[in-house]
Design a protein around this ligand. Structure first.
Ligand SMILES: NC(=O)c1ccc[n+]([C@@H]2O[C@H](COP(=O)([O-])OP(=O)(O)OC[C@H]3O[C@@H](n4cnc5c(N)ncnc54)[C@H](OP(=O)(O)O)[C@@H]3O)[C@@H](O)[C@H]2O)c1
Length: 363
């Protein structure tokens, strides 16, 4: 009986304990529920803030797009047009995308444009499209990383046109898409986007014709290459300062920065090198283009009056081209706009600056 009693007691005790346990569980459940509710609410608020921010950015972009569309409808007056059909512009990598549109728009403004492309067949076809529209566009092959192609182009340009007045360095490559940060093509990216652009600037400067309005160089770059961007910047503060300070900035420093980066990619240590974390190689190539633009503006400012060359760079935005897999929110026409505007600035006093949507932005 004792045994039974104790068994009954035990049986009686069970529901009681269960009730207690249920009660305790209820307590912790509701606490957990409350915490979860708070987390959900915070997460929801964060998401709402993000989507509000995105919405505001979208609205700002749309507003600016409308302003620029309006500006583009205002024709240049005669006294603003320093150029004529005798003005020669050269655009690199112009068989498609933003480069093609830059050629198109410059030619619509009445400039004679040399459309260049590394592949002769596609370049000729692209030029033909514009020629059929009655525009002064001519083709020549130019691979910005091939010294023999650059030499042949310089000779042809000198012989046929006696030089040039506008250079748009547009050719470029990128192998990163979405959130993928690829580094296996880093060398090609740096060699094309930075060293290729530099090759063409060096080859073209002696061919730039003297004029009262000054010759112009426009480099198509990217905000991803900003030295002091909020995100994705170089982690090494001292290197950033050296690249920023005009007294310490030099071609050797820019070259050394990109070659150090490439060496670290090769030996696998780049991840701890403090380089930009997304679109790393592309960002580095454009950072080099931006800093080289500032450096060259200083060098070229020493040229005498009448032989001035002004140099600026710009970001075309996120443009629907082959480079982005046709994602992005800007058309190639809009992406070309700031480059064309910079090339044709009526009173060119601007040099060594970085632009986006016809406005100066910080490097
Ligand atoms: N799309 C964007 O969102 C975006 C944003 C910021 C900056 N950008 C810059 O805008 C410029 C134009 O890009 P995109 O968007 O118009 O891209 P794209 O359609 O891929 O055009 C790139 C052009 O560069 C040419 N190119 C590549 N390597 C060359 C070389 N070694 N010599 C001569 N030409 C070469 C390509 O020729 P092939 O046809 O032979 O390959 C092509 O014509 C690039 O400098 C890019 O970095 C673009």
């Amino acid at each position: 009986m004792e045994k039974n009693e104790s068994a009954d007691e035990h049986l009686e005790m069970e529901p009681k304990r269960e009730k207690e346990r249920d009660h305790n569980d209820e307590g912790s459940d509701s606490e957990e529920d409350r915490e979860e509710e708070i987390r959900d609410r915070e997460c929801h608020e964060r998401e709402k803030k993000m989507s509000d921010k995105k919405q505001r950015a979208k609205e700002r972009r749309e507003k600016r797009r409308q302003e620029i569309s309006l500006l583009r409808t205002i024709p240049y007056s005669d006294h603003q047009r320093w150029w004529s059909a005798d003005t020669i512009a050269v655009v690199t990598g112009a068989n498609r995308g933003i480069g093609f549109e830059i050629v198109h728009q410059l030619a619509l403004h009445g400039v004679t444009v040399i459309l260049t492309s590394r592949d002769a067949a596609v370049g000729e076809e692209a030029a033909k499209v514009l020629q059929e529209g009655g525009l002064n566009v001519f083709f020549h092959q130019l691979d910005i990383v091939d010294p023999s192609s650059i030499k042949a182009f310089c000779e042809w340009l000198q012989q046929n046109y006696g030089g040039l007045d506008i250079l748009v360095n547009n050719a470029g490559v990128n192998f990163n898409y979405g959130s993928v940060n690829r580094l296996e093509f880093s060398e090609q990216v740096i060699v094309t986007n930075y060293f290729g652009t530099k090759n063409i600037i060096k080859a073209m400067i002696p061919l730039m014709r003297p004029s009262a309005s000054g010759a112009r160089i426009v480099n198509v770059s990217s905000r991803l290459g900003r030295l002091n961007g909020r995100r994705n910047r170089i982690g090494d503060l001292s290197l950033r300062h050296q690249l920023e300070d005009m007294d310490s900035l030099s071609e050797e420093l820019i070259d050394k920065t990109v070659t150090t980066f490439l060496d670290q990619v090769k030996d696998g240590s780049w991840a701890s090198g403090g380089w930009p974390q997304t679109y790393t190689d592309y960002s580095m190539s454009k950072l080099a283009v931006n800093t080289y633009t500032r450096l060259m503006a200083k060098v070229l400012s020493e040229r005498p009056e009448g032989q001035k060359i002004y140099i600026n760079c710009y970001c075309p935005g996120w443009v629907k081209t082959a480079m982005t897999g046709w994602s992005g929110h800007t058309s190639p026409e809009e992406g070309a706009d700031t480059g064309v505007w910079l090339a044709l600035l009526p009173d060119q006093v601007v040099t060594g600056k970085f632009f986006s949507e016809r406005r100066e932005v910080s490097f």
